[in-house]
Design a protein around this ligand. Structure first.
Ligand SMILES: O=C(O)CCC(=O)C(=O)O
Ligand SMILES: [Fe+2]
Length: 344
């Protein structure tokens, strides 16, 4: 495996090697800079003991999930010092020698620790300008033994992030008129999987020719994302790409396929998982840290029998979360949600 970081550091590269050049359409370059309406949710209000304040925030959260599938979360409980430390330890991991990193390469998609490049080298038709470290951090913490401090930082960060997500899931359940622990119980979030991904996008001489991560949706329920000082996330909204410049100290949160799946099951498709992508830049290495929170890997998710009948046929087949992740990751990312692959 040849990582993008090694490619950038080892060569006198003046232009992008041809195997990294992605096919792009004119729509891929259509950006919408009208970002003022991107929803912001205040975590303090969402967890407020004042019932009016809380119900307002729950309403805003429901609207954000329905209209955007994406929002910024401010005043959450994850300290800025911890978020900064995550970026530092993440960067230090990629700064290890090639041999050290390869100890953590893993072989299979669901290996609990996986260092790699692009998306899935077995299926990618063009390579993506991205190296990554993926760790399954819940229900059991898996993390590389080096660099020093990484494991402890991952542990604290994922524990605090999970608490934030649990509150968001309560709010989302309530916004749909369900009992506050509905999603938690139905998706077995107690033993839920939490996958932490550190993305490293080195600087690129021709960013318009490549993709950091192409258009895709995330497989879980909710993803928490933060980044270093360099932007690159774009979300698709009303058919246009919106570049996201997050508020300082905020998390970017997006709904994933299992949130859409749950909604399809409950309400015939109320929320959509948001399509997003990452572009790269010439200036420096962008680090982003995504934590995808989903059901337990063995949870079978499928239409509830009590809701399915002759008038209301099941739209999707039931599948374990583990098999769903395998289905997504064994196929090329193709701008659509992987839900299409389990449609009946
Ligand atoms: O780097 C980003 O901003 C997006 C990363 C992402 O979408 C992912 O890891 O699934
Ligand atoms: Fe993503």
């Amino acid at each position: 495996m040849f990582s993008v970081k090694e490619l950038v550091e080892s060569s006198t590269m003046k232009s992008v090697p041809s195997n990294y050049i992605c096919h792009k359409t004119p729509e891929d370059f259509m950006l919408n800079y009208e970002t003022e309406n991107i929803p912001t949710i205040d975590f303090l209000q969402l967890t407020s003991s004042n019932p009016n304040e809380r119900s307002n925030a729950i309403q805003q959260l429901g609207d954000a999930c329905r209209d955007w599938g994406f929002f910024m979360l401010i005043n959450h409980d994850v300290p800025e010092t911890l978020r900064e430390k995550m970026v530092r330890v993440g960067q230090s991991f990629f700064d290890l020698s090639k041999e050290e990193k390869m100890e953590f390469a893993g072989e299979k998609i669901l290996d609990p620790i996986r260092y790699g490049t692009s998306f899935n080298l077995m299926v990618d038709t063009a390579l993506f300008w991205r190296d990554y470290l993926k760790c399954l951090v819940h229900p059991h913490l898996n993390a590389p033994s080096k660099p020093p401090g990484l494991r402890e930082t991952f542990e604290e960060y994922s524990r605090k992030g999970k608490k934030v997500v649990e509150e968001l899931l309560k709010g989302i359940s309530l916004s749909l008129g369900l009992e506050e622990n509905y999603i938690h119980k139905r998706m077995n979030v107690e033993l839920g999987s939490q996958v932490l991904v550190i993305n490293c996008y080195p600087p690129c001489p021709n960013p318009e020719l490549v993709m950091g991560l192409p258009a895709h949706t995330d497989h879980g329920l909710l993803t928490l994302l933060q980044q270093n000082h360099l932007g690159g996330l774009q979300i698709q909204h009303n058919g246009k790409w919106i570049p996201i410049n997050p508020l300082p100290k905020s998390f970017l949160i997006n709904t994933g396929d299992h949130m859409e799946f749950l909604w399809q099951i409950l309400t015939n498709g109320k929320y959509k998982s948001v399509i997003h992508r990452a572009v790269v830049n010439t200036k420096g290495t962008r680090i982003s840290i995504g934590t995808a929170h989903g059901p337990n890997l063995d949870t079978i998710v499928g239409p509830a029998p009590e809701l399915v009948g002759d008038d209301n046929p099941a739209l999707y087949r039931a599948i374990t979360y583990r098999d769903y992740i395998l289905l997504q990751q064994n196929n090329e990312l193709d701008k659509k949600t992987c839900l299409e692959r389990i449609r009946i």
